[in-house]
Write a protein that binds this ligand. Structure first.
Ligand code: DAT
Ligand code: MG
Length: 138
């Protein structure tokens, strides 16, 4: 698909560290357009659906705990091939090894034993983007 929309989340660590502005600036500097914005602490129910693919994995419970620990900035972001493009901008899941130049690589690190504090989420396919945008923005 060419023109697309994706769901980006600035996770509680990014909001708490005051990185919302920098992260939005990087998205806009690359040429994508932010068309919806919402700041809220997500409910357990929302997170269970959002992360349903990870249910049963060892990091699932700690992940839900972390994601509901404070406000999350949800963004609808639009542009050609933005799903792939934002994943590339975000960098690898583990911020310790995410490439410099990426959001996770430049702004993130290990804060104690796991990779969950990796600042951002981005939908990974057109199907998940549609599903996740519906979940967060209705
Ligand atoms: P991504 O966010 O890069 O799409 P993912 O969908 O595989 O990564 O996992 C969702 C989130 O779960 C990820 O951002 C951080 C956390 N996570 C993934 N793998 C983990 C692990 N091995 N240990 C702890 N947390 C993990
Ligand atoms: Mg994922």
């Amino acid at each position: 698909m060419f023109m697309e929309s994706t769901l980006v989340l600035v996770k509680p660590d990014g909001v708490e560290r005051g990185l919302m502005g920098q992260i939005m600036a990087r998205i806009e500097a690359k040429g994508y357009v932010i068309t919806k914005v919402k700041l809220e602490t997500p409910s357990r129910e929302l997170l269970e659906t959002h992360y349903e693919e990870h249910e049963g994995k060892p990091f699932y419970e700690p992940l839900l705990e972390f994601m509901s620990s404070g406000p999350v900035l949800a963004l609808k972001v639009e542009g050609n091939r933005v799903i792939e493009g934002f994943r590339s901008l975000a960098g690898a899941t583990d911020p310790t090894v995410a490439a410099p130049g990426t959001i996770r690589g430049d702004l993130g690190r290990d804060w104690g034993g796991n990779v969950q504090k990796n600042l951002v989420h981005g939908s990974d396919s057109t199907l998940s983007a549609e599903r996740e945008l519906g979940l967060w923005f209705g």
